[in-house]
Design a protein. Sequence first.
Length: 397
Amino acid sequence: MTAQQTNLLPDDLEQALLVGRVWRGAPHDGPAVVAVRGGRLVDITRHAPTVSDLFERTDLLDIVRTADGEDLGSAAELAQAALQGQAGAGGIRLLAPCDLQAIKAAGVTFAVSLLERVIEEQAKGDPARADALRGQLQETIGTDLSELEPGGEAAMRLKADLSARGLWSQYMEVGIGPDAEVFTKSQPMSSVGHGDAVGLHPLSNWNNPEPEIVLAVNSRAETVGATLGNDVNLRDIEGRSALLLGKAKDNNASCSIGPFIRLFDGNYTIDTVRECEVRMLIEGVDDGFELAGASFMREISRDPLDLVEQTCARHHQYPDGFMLFLGTMFSPIKDRDAKGGGFTHHEGDLVSISTPSIGTLVNSVSRSDTIAPWTFGVRALYNNLAQRGLLANAGGR
């Protein structure tokens, strides 16, 4: 299966309530909020100038289902054109489906990824040491971490045992301890969308994609929908020190979200998310390398809504809402360039992340210093909306 053969939109498209963003050419020359109806894109920006505003509305589902707006063409054709680096009719191109929301991410939420984070830490960012360390750690720990309830009695006993043997890790702390790791992945407006290139820091020589479900949450901590994301990961940089997390995670085009956000309704719920399978395919353009894998959300160690609560409650508010990456169990270890060297990206790799209820997010891989700089931020957005006379409906209701 290649990116060209995947379903870019949900399998049950006719039932799905999808929201996204597109860039419109002249005379608009700016972003538009769109709903997908019958496979067609409908511009609903005059009802909510930003996706953040839309998610604040108490009539959210009705607006997405029925609000009047201009037909911008076929969603499937636009998603397919994005794979070729092309815009649709009228210069329309897909953007990440969020705007003002903070971009947050939960780390170490699956047992497999927990072990890989510990390996990165022990290897000090050296991929050549990873294979031997993997076997040693699995033999030493000697338990199925996926069966442990974070913060539970069994987890705390394991923590005490590992600490006594000098084997405790900060990644173990957030993996099986009571408090989740939630960090800021990227800045609002900085995420790239379907068809765009994702960026690797030029100093990184050990890195990988991280396919994840991303929840859309409004300012009232209500989870309104879900989409797909690539939490691009630099294993060598974070492995040198967890204090380099910002350098490892937040770079130009290091975060991809899309293609659309599917809203929760009677057909699609948080329980769908809890049971979904997220698949990924990496295709090497220069060497023919292929690697496929999957994350099964039923194996997550913390419930998605618990992660939302740990992110946003009385201790911390998000007045513009937030997007929350839920973590991944997919840590690619298949050798690519050398025996025992594991996986790392090559420039030009094609990464496809999919689940039937949402569709497929596809991105090529480049370097963060060669991708076009990010310049259209919050000030630019509001200047653009003001010039187009679209701010009257900002703020939601």
